[in-house]
Design a protein around this ligand. Structure first.
Ligand SMILES: *Cc1c(COP(=O)(O)O)cnc(C)c1O
Length: 214
C-alpha cells in the first residue's frame, strides 16, 4: 500500500509521516529503499533503540505523549515533536534544544475527540500557552502548528466534524498569534483509517502506520 498512499499524499501536497512504531528495522528499511525519509515513533525508548540501526538521513518525528524527563534523549536529533500538551513540556524542549544549539519544530496537540483517553489541550489552554510565549518568547522552539487525533469511531460525520474543529482552531490561533509568521503552517491530522477525510478538511501532514505496512 505504500506507493498508493505516497502518491495520494504527494498529489495533495501533504507530508507523509510513516509511523514505524512496533515495526522492525527491516520493515523500515523496505520503505526507506522506496524513498521514504520521514518516520514517526510514539515512544522515546523504542525510537532510541532503532535510530542508531537506521540511516542518518531519516527525519524522525515524535508523535506520542512525551514526558519532560525524556526530552533530553531526543533533543539532539528530533525533526519535529507533534505532541506538545503543556507549557512545561514546551519549556523543557526549549531548554534542551538550546543545550544542543538547535531549534526544534513542534506542534501543539489539541484535544478534538469525544473520548477521555486521548491527550491534548483545549482551546483555552492553548491560548494560555501562546499568551505566555508572547510575554516570554522561547528562542529554541518553533511552533509550526497543531496536531489532533479523531475519535475511534465509524461515524464519518463525527470524524469530519472533529477534523474541521482542528482546522478552525488552527485558523483562530494563526489569526491571534501568527499572522505574519509563515512557518505556522502545519495541521497534523489523519491516520490509516481517516487520512483522506483529514486531507479534505485541510490536513497538511498525515501520520500513517498500518496502511503502509500491510
Ligand atoms: C499509531 C499512531 C498513528 C498511526 O496509526 P495507524 O492507524 O497505524 O495509521 C498515528 N498517530 C499516532 C499518534 C499514533 O500513535
Amino acid at each position: 500500500m505504500y506507493r498508493e498512499v505516497r502518491e495520494y499524499t504527494a498529489s495533495h501536497h501533504v507530508t507523509l509521516v510513516a509511523v514505524s512504531k512496533t515495526r522492525s528495522v527491516d520493515q523500515i528499511m523496505a520503505l526507506y529503499h522506496m524513498g521514504q525519509r520521514v518516520f514517526g515513533e510514539n515512544r522515546v525508548q523504542e525510537l532510541m533503540d532503532k535510530k542508531d540501526l537506521l540511516p542518518q538521513d531519516i527525519q524522525w518525528h515524535l508523535i506520542g505523549h512525551l514526558q519532560k524527563n525524556k526530552v533530553k534523549y531526543i533533543a539532539p536529533f528530533i525533526t519535529m515533536i507533534h505532541s506538545v500538551d503543556s507549557l512545561d513540556l514546551l519549556q523543557s524542549i526549549d531548554r534542551e534544544s538550546a543545550k544542543n544549539h538547535r531549534v526544534t519544530d513542534v506542534l501543539l496537540q489539541l484535544f478534538i475527540a469525544t473520548e477521555e483517553t486521548k491527550f491534548g489541550l483545549d482551546i483555552a489552554e492553548t491560548h494560555a500557552i501562546l499568551e505566555e510565549c508572547r510575554r516570554t518568547p522561547l528562542t529554541h522552539v518553533r511552533i509550526r502548528g497543531v496536531m489532533g487525533m479523531a475519535s475511534l469511531t465509524e461515524d464519518v460525520a463525527q470524524i469530519r466534524h472533529e477534523f474541521r474543529s482542528l482546522r478552525l482552531s488552527f485558523d483562530d490561533l494563526k489569526k491571534h498569534y501568527f499572522t505574519d509568521i509563515a512557518s505556522f503552517d502545519q495541521i497534523s491530522m489523519g491516520m490509516s483509517g481517516d487520512y483522506r477525510l483529514a486531507i479534505e478538511e485541510g490536513s497538511t501532514m498525515v501520520r500513517i502506520g498500518s496502511a503502509l505496512f500491510s
